[in-house]
Design a protein around this ligand. Structure first.
Ligand code: MN3
Length: 204
């Protein structure tokens, strides 16, 4: 599942589970078309590189600069697309059903002053990502939290950071419902964050 040949991971909920924050049609297209295309393209490039087929996706993305030059861009874009979307689906749940624990709120407060400041900084990162990309809550090797944005399908792995919470800000993630209103999408998206998944990643 985490190695070649890659398959499209099932969503951990129904396509309409995130309504009204993210509509069913967007979820369906995003998962069965966009995500599936990354899976297909990643398998395509790995078919041509048998020596890479027994490596995990995270390993490939962490060491992207050491891969065969001709395949780097394709693996970065499509491998990143597979990795990021798997993480994204697992990071969401039905609206208003998940809250961060007291312990995790304390960590957030330590890093960002307050939970509201965290949300503001995350929103700012997501808004200011020019064009397509992702906003992330990440931790470094000392368990320090920070917020970053990455372009296209780049992952935090290459930067030596552990992704905890991703937000897809490609237009395909929100355009059907929100059109150009990325800020509104981001504000509403906080209602569907699966904090349990985030905290499990932090504790690993
Ligand atoms: Mn996407």
């Amino acid at each position: 599942m985490n190695k070649f040949p890659f398959t499209l991971e099932k969503l951990p909920y129904a396509y309409d589970a995130l309504e009204p924050v993210i509509d069913q049609q967007t979820m369906l297209l995003h998962h069965t078309k966009h995500h599936q295309t990354y899976v297909n393209n990643l398998n395509g490039v790995l078919e041509k590189n048998p020596e890479l087929q027994n490596r995990t996706l995270a390993d490939l993305l962490t060491h992207i600069d050491q891969l065969p030059l001709a395949s780097q861009t394709a693996i970065r874009n499509n491998g990143g697309g597979v990795f990021n979307h798997n993480l994204f689906w697992q990071s969401m749940t039905k609206p208003h059903t998940s809250k961060p624990s007291e312990a995790f709120i304390a960590l957030i407060n330590q890093a960002f002053k307050s939970f509201d400041d965290f949300k503001l900084a995350f929103k700012q990162a997501a808004l200011s990502q020019f064009g397509s990309g992702w906003a992330w809550l990440v931790k470094d090797q000392n368990n320090q939290l920070s917020i970053i944005a990455t372009a296209n399908q780049d992952t935090p792995l290459k930067l030596g950071l552990t992704p905890l919470l991703p937000l897809d800000v490609w237009e395909h993630a929100y355009y059907l419902k929100y059109q150009n209103r990325r800020a509104e999408y981001i504000d509403n998206w906080f209602q569907v964050v699966n904090w349990r998944a985030v905290e499990e990643r932090f504790s690993k």
